[in-house]
Design a protein around this ligand. Sequence first.
Ligand SMILES: NC(=O)c1ccc[n+]([C@@H]2O[C@H](COP(=O)([O-])OP(=O)(O)OC[C@H]3O[C@@H](n4cnc5c(N)ncnc54)[C@H](OP(=O)(O)O)[C@@H]3O)[C@@H](O)[C@H]2O)c1
Length: 292
Amino acid sequence: MMEKDRTVLLAGATGYLGSYIAKELAARQIPTKILVRNTEKAKDLKSDCTEIIKAEVTKPETLNGHFEGVDTVISTVGITRQKDGLTYMDVDYRANKNLLEEAKKARVRKFIYISVLNGNLHRNLKILAAKEAFVDELSASGLEYTIIRPNGFFSDMKDFLDMAKKGKIYLFGNGEQKFNPIHGRDLAIACVDAIESEKTEINIGGPDILTQNEVAELALLACGKPINIIHLPHWLRKFVIWVLRTFTSSKTYGPVEFFLTLLADDAIAPRCGGHRLAAFFQKEVDSLTATS
Ligand SMILES: NC(=O)c1ccc[n+]([C@@H]2O[C@H](COP(=O)([O-])OP(=O)(O)OC[C@H]3O[C@@H](n4cnc5c(N)ncnc54)[C@H](OP(=O)(O)O)[C@@H]3O)[C@@H](O)[C@H]2O)c1
């Protein structure tokens, strides 16, 4: 069967990566059912081959019937900055499990899921415990599957820009840890290509391998600020994680322990795509200047 003859069900399309996947599917004229909880947020995702369906991935009864005729499910559903009072287990694990159960019932061929680069090595972190528990379910499901394991997204590099705007960037350690973040558009192409791929796991990052110092410099340059990077000791990073784990709930400490833990090591994935971080930063700064 050709790619464009397959129907895809996409969950997570109102998010950063999901919106690029929706656009890539539309550009390839692949018939797509987009599941969203808020149809207003999905109004820019309409196309002649797209059907927008209102459903709650956390409520399995709302998913019933929508998977008929679907060849491949792609899910980017997960908690990043949402504050719905739900846990990673509720969303990253259980909501995706709800999608998987519906997919199995409807005899869907393939399920593509987005986890995190090296996620399986950090199951002690709340977010990754949930994501990797879903990876386990998916691998044992009997469906064809691909787990996409991306490096950090360009959308998350905006944290560097936020500090740069104030003229100072704080990093833990000497800032020489390397990684290759990826633009959502480049990653979306790989996610849609995975419909036809036989690979069960794909590690993927952007074209530029950068140290955290280099990312900080790019952010400061884009903001027209002098290079001003403050290096904080690693013990402080560990202390912050300990304090948050001890005195706050997992909903508060989850994102912080994730970023502070992964920042401590190099994270380099096979390089892919053509979007450069410097250009992304400049575009962000220009659009902020234009709207202010
Ligand atoms: N950001 C990174 O650097 C990075 C790196 C590697 C992997 N990942 C993973 O890649 C995935 C996509 O990331 P992203 O940056 O595109 O995330 P995002 O922009 O926050 O999008 C997440 C999607 O999940 C949906 N969602 C979250 N909580 C939900 C809930 N309770 N009920 C229904 N839908 C819910 C969101 O719907 P609403 O729009 O309605 O909230 C949105 O469509 C995530 O699983 C993330 O963990 C991210």
